[in-house]
Design a protein around this ligand. Sequence first.
Ligand code: MRU
Length: 351
Amino acid sequence: MIKTLEWTADGVRFIDQTKLPTEEVYVVCHNYQEVAEAIRNMIVRGAPAIGVAAAMGIALGIKQSQAEEISALRNELGQICRRMGETRPTAVNLFWAIRRMQQKFEEVAAQGVQQTKVTLIAEAQQMLVEDIAANQAMGKHGATLMPGSGGVLTHCNAGALATGGYGTALGVIRAAVEAGKQIHVFADETRPFLQGARLTAWELMKDGISTTVIADNMAGAMMRQGKIKAVVVGADRIAANGDVANKIGTYSVAVLAKEHNIPFYVAAPLSTVDLNTPTGEQIPIEQRPQKEVTHHGGKQMAPDGVKVENPAFDVTPAKYVSAIVTERGIAKAPYDRSLKELSAEAAAIAR
Ligand code: MRU
């Protein structure tokens, strides 16, 4: 199994996703600042993986603290969490993970500095275990939606590399293939960062799942030719009304799918559902460096001084979403009700 991220005695270890698919190298972040940089620089990326990475970064910062009093440790926690929270704004899993670590701190603080350290380190590792289990559960639910055979389109990378392991959208595909469905994956290359071409193709090929990479602008033609039976993507944040923020280009795919009567599914854990954000309008969209668009592999592709936009995500309105697959089951429209119900069930179990 691909080890996207791992807690080790030396620090937090990541497979460097900026180097794939040509180099499979691992980096160890030795302090929380390095973990924050790894998130910002997309050495680790994908909403659930960012969440677990942040939790491990917080645990690492707390482990290395010299604080002798719990009040001093709490101040440091605040500082570490602020640093983590500044890395990337869109994936709500980051803020969910920070909140969970802060809550755990308060639950255990009365037991003193040493016990608090031990508990937070265990909590971060537990989040990794839970994330993988959630993906496997999502896979089981989502596999029932996949066609018995034929092409399934995905955008970006919502796989093992974007999570603790197994993946959300790719977890659904993996589970469908494990259940004997004859699926052929079409992976949008996903300009400008090429998560589809570089990462999705790499991890599916490692698993022997039949995959074709297409340039993003080919998806419509493939649908028209009847090559795509379903679309499944991940999400960075799902608003209370079911609007979905995901990798830039997802919206275009959803509109194309609707035009061709192809189901458009989103697979995401409930930690990606943000009931405090009423609609997609309020989701903050990260703007990334212009150079990601103007340059490719170190080579300049656009004239000096040209204006560039590089939003990393877009919002797909809920009306384009056929169903949202979560670890607690499949949410259907009206999403304001179904997402609330599934989230309440999950919260009741966690208590
Ligand atoms: O900018 P990235 O690579 O972090 O964006 C990732 C995505 O948009 C994924 O589709 C999303 O995080 C879901 S990952 C299970």
